[in-house]
Design a protein around this ligand. Structure first.
Ligand code: SF4
Ligand code: SF4
Length: 346
């Protein structure tokens, strides 16, 4: 909360480079799937992928912890990293991150159930319950059946192991028709559910953006959320999915760090674009503190951009919207009691 308030002051002073509320660490960029919507990693890109070493990863997380309270670990597929559990253990017990989230495709979960006790939020990608829709975007039939069964088995463990289970569904033209059954599944199993529209070249897939079914679905989501369905994501984020209006983006709220320690600044889309707008200005293994890394990044690429509307990605949009609209956020919190500080992953 203190970072959130500090950032409000930064905005008031017209400062664009906000303090991070969480950091995303890619423990590996290897993956065992090839989702059709994946623009960054996936097994077809494994030849260029990297995985951190445990000692380096610990040093990287130590520097991150120096400036950031909350951690998301992801990949690629993070369960492919052999030292994942050791690193989670270290992040939790030694570095005392306030909240640790793990984002996984879930296919290797059955061999790694010990991690349930090491995370605050376990986020599993599941885009549909319909095996043919899944087969067309991500999982083979047998994989999807096993995953759904696995999710049903671990959902009742949330209280005992003290973690929150969240499913994240990518809305694609293939998965859109059966989303209602996924919401019902989550309600029945006491699982939170978040949504991100498929991005193509960093913007909402054209077939979705222009489809009446997509708009009807998002309206339905807002309605179902109002009636108590376990939908994660602020109203303002869901309304932005509907209106697709430009919003103020504050990408440095959520910095990303590659497996080998390179910090991406100010955001992934600008890093991909290359040139002078963004990139990988500093390796966290070569600095003594988060403040030093941040300073190097700002000297290299300047302040974060003003009024950038170049892309739409859930993981940048949701926290930016919540930061830019404190009244909407607080009034939703008062109405629902849901801590939107733990916003939707994506
Ligand atoms: S599981 Fe994630 S990283 Fe792997 S291919 Fe799918 S979207 Fe990409
Ligand atoms: S809108 Fe996209 S490109 Fe622009 S700052 Fe945000 S994340 Fe970066």
């Amino acid at each position: 909360m203190s970072t959130y308030l500090r950032n409000l002051l930064h905005i008031k002073k017209n400062q664009r480079t906000l303090d991070p509320r969480l950091a995303i660490y890619y423990i590996t960029t290897h993956c065992n799937l090839n989702c059709t919507y994946c623009e960054d990693f996936g097994a077809q890109r494994n030849a260029d992928a990297t995985t951190s070493m445990l000692d380096d990863a610990k040093k990287i997380l130590k520097i991150i912890r120096d400036g950031v309270d909350n951690l998301w670990i992801t990949g690629g597929e993070p369960l492919l990293a052999p030292h994942l559990l050791d690193l989670l253990d270290y992040a939790r017990d030694d570095l005392l991150f306030r909240e640790i989230s793990l984002i996984t495709n879930g296919t290797l979960l059955s061999q790694n159930l010990d991690l349930l006790a090491l995370v605050d939020r376990l986020i599993i990608s599941l885009d549909s319950l319909d095996s043919s829709a899944l087969e067309s975007v991500s999982l083979k039939n047998e994989q999807s059946q096993n995953l759904i069964k696995q999710i049903e088995e671990i959902a009742p463990l949330q209280k005992e192991k003290n973690f929150k289970l969240i499913l994240n569904a990518v809305i694609t033209p293939e998965t859109l028709p059966n989303m209602d059954s996924l919401i019902n599944f989550c309600a029945k199993n006491k699982i939170w559910l978040s949504f991100s529209p498929q991005a193509v070249n960093n913007w909402i897939h054209f077939d979705l953006a222009t489809s009446a079914e997509y708009r009807a679905f998002i309206k339905n989501l807002l309605e179902r959320k109002k009636r108590g369905a376990p939908i994660l994501g602020s109203n303002i984020y869901l309304k932005t999915l509907l209106d697709q209006k430009p919003y103020e983006c504050y990408p440095t709220i959520i910095p990303r760090i590659m497996p080998d320690g390179w910090l991406i600044y100010p955001c992934l889309p600008m890093e991909k674009e290359g040139g002078e707008v963004g990139g990988r200005p500093v390796n966290l293994l070569n600095v003594q503190s988060w403040a030093e890394a941040w300073q190097i990044a700002k000297e290299r690429y300047g302040e974060a951009p003003s009024s950038c509307t170049s892309c739409f990605q859930q993981c940048y949009a949701e926290p930016s919207l919540m930061q830019a609209h404190p009244l909407a956020w607080i009034s939703e919190y008062i109405r629902t009691g849901i801590d939107l500080g733990t916003y939707a992953p994506g």
